[in-house]
Design a protein around this ligand. Structure first.
Ligand SMILES: Cc1cc2nc3c(=O)[nH]c(=O)nc-3n(C[C@H](O)[C@H](O)[C@H](O)COP(=O)(O)OP(=O)(O)OC[C@H]3O[C@@H](n4cnc5c(N)ncnc54)[C@H](O)[C@@H]3O)c2cc1C
Length: 428
């Protein structure tokens, strides 16, 4: 068993993976080709890709592998990004938007390929449904489906209410946009599998090694309390947990708290009756509900966004009520676990991947869509470090703006935005 200091953030995920040995903290001054800050999907994916290309890679993680969003998320691996293709077209034009969308399909292929190639056991299941709760959302999803089919050659299915109810035993939704290429997985097991693959490829991972400072220059250096790494290139993959290491970059994302619960064990028959085809499901509201079944026959149910890093009061009750609203037949079922994490939202919800200077690369701004995309980000950063920057250059053309006023003022702005979106979801 892990000691408390070595433990993962508490969750059903942490309790459902085997204990893995802690990677020793960094001690002393080291030299590498690439030093990666952060052992979530972005950092681990970059480390795996770079080590596979023969680079000497050192990963510095402040806590444990998968400590951040990568070990806590809803596990829904979805093609696309946090914004719609219409937004990408507006930001970068139709040609680049098409490239970006096709890259996201590459990201899904990469994920599936890595699970096989590296024998990552993370309980992958096929299928994802986006479900509308009102007429406005249904119109939006149907228009999105047509746009993706006609302009992006991406096949999706529309299910009306009765077709959906053959798969999903909930009265709440008007239909579904079903994507057979997307799916779901155990997020922490996936992160641990990536770490194992990166270590096998030669990357050195140090846990419990928070980076205190980035020294930029032709040979950038990352410093911890007990050591440092100087390298030809640095990858900043600290996401919403990065605090003050790269302030200009951090100002372009808003950390938003979001929460998940794991129900009591339902038993096989009762669980399967809820989602017969075992797909992942998400509605399309601002403070969305998203859910799927676990391998031990629980319902994993996510939702409830918050502007504070602290868990909202009464969280377990709120999450349980939301679950009952979707599945009234679970009125006798409570939540065994609830936990939360931070998502990294950009102002336009588009991904923010690029360079701070010629030696420092970063990826952030997954806006709640990082399970598949963050693995892709790591590979695209690795390609660019190896001199092939065509794909990164397309991402770097997406314009991004700071949230005004730093952390303190970003919060009230978000509260106002969330209230408006919640009201809109309730009314139309
Ligand atoms: C509750 C929740 C549900 C979500 N659900 C979904 C979903 O269903 N589908 C989906 O696609 N996306 C989802 N997401 C988003 C997705 O999890 C993220 O986009 C993705 O995991 C980002 O990966 P990352 O590697 O960039 O960041 P992270 O996983 O956050 O990793 C960053 C790492 O950097 C480390 N770090 C930070 N600062 C330092 C420092 N100074 N020194 C050393 N280490 C540092 C952190 O400890 C952390 O381990 C969800 C997120 C949350 C929080």
């Amino acid at each position: 068993m892990s000691s408390t200091a070595d433990a993962h953030a508490p969750s059903w995920y942490a309790d459902s993976v085997p204990d893995v040995a802690v990677h020793a903290p960094l001690h002393g001054d080291h030299v590498a080709d690439v030093c990666v800050l952060g052992a979530g999907y972005t950092g681990l994916s970059a480390a795996l890709a770079l080590a596979g290309r023969g680079y000497r890679v050192i990963v510095l993680e402040g806590q444990r592998v998968g400590w951040g969003a990568s070990g806590r998320n809803g596990g829904q691996a979805i093609v696309g990004y946090g914004c719609e293709v219409d937004t990408l077209e507006r930001l970068v034009g139709p040609a680049d938007a098409r490239l970006l969308f096709d890259f996201s399909r590459d990201g899904m292929r990469l994920l599936r390929d890595r699970l096989q190639r590296h024998q990552i056991q993370c309980d992958w299941r096929d299928g994802h449904a986006s479900v509308p709760i009102n007429a406005r959302q249904e119109r939006g999803l149907r228009a999105g489906l047509v746009a993706l089919a006609e302009r992006y050659d991406y096949p999706l299915q529309w299910w009306d209410r009765s077709q959906l109810q053959q798969q999903l035993d909930s009265p709440r939704y008007r239909g579904a946009m079903f994507d057979a290429a997307s799916g779901h997985l155990h997020p922490l097991a996936y992160a641990q599998g990536l770490a194992r693959a990166a270590a096998c490829a030669g990357a050195v991972i140090h846990e419990h090694s928070p980076v205190l400072r980035l020294e930029r220059g032709t040979r950038p250096r990352l410093r911890t309390a007990t050591g440092s790494v100087s390298a030809s290139h640095v990858v900043i993959a600290g996401n919403a947990l990065l605090q003050g290491i790269a302030p200009a970059q951090e100002a372009r994302i808003m950390p938003v708290g979001t929460y998940i619960g794991a129900s009591q064990v339902l038993g096989k028959a009762r669980a399967q009756a809820l989602i017969r085809n075992d797909m992942a499901v998400a509605d399309v509201s601002w403070a969305l509900d998203y859910f799927r079944l676990s391998h031990d026959h629980r319902l994993l149910f996510g939702g409830r966004a918050s502007y504070s890093a602290l868990p909202p009061p009464g969280l377990r009750g709120v999450m349980t009520r939301r679950m009952h609203q979707v599945f009234p037949q679970l009125a006798d079922v409570g939540m065994d676990y609830v936990w939360g994490g931070l998502v990294d939202i950009t102002r336009n919800r588009a991904p923010d991947w690029g360079r701070l200077d010629p030696t420092v690369y970063y990826a952030q701004g997954f806006s709640g869509h990082g399970v598949a995309a963050a693995g892709l980000a790591g590979v695209i950063l690795a390609e660019a470090i190896a001199g092939q920057s065509e794909r990164l250059d397309v991402f770097a053309r997406i314009p991004h703006r700071r949230f005004p006023g730093g952390r303190a003022l970003r919060t009230p702005l978000l509260v106002a935005a969330m209230s408006w979106y919640k009201l809109r979801d309730a009314l139309w």
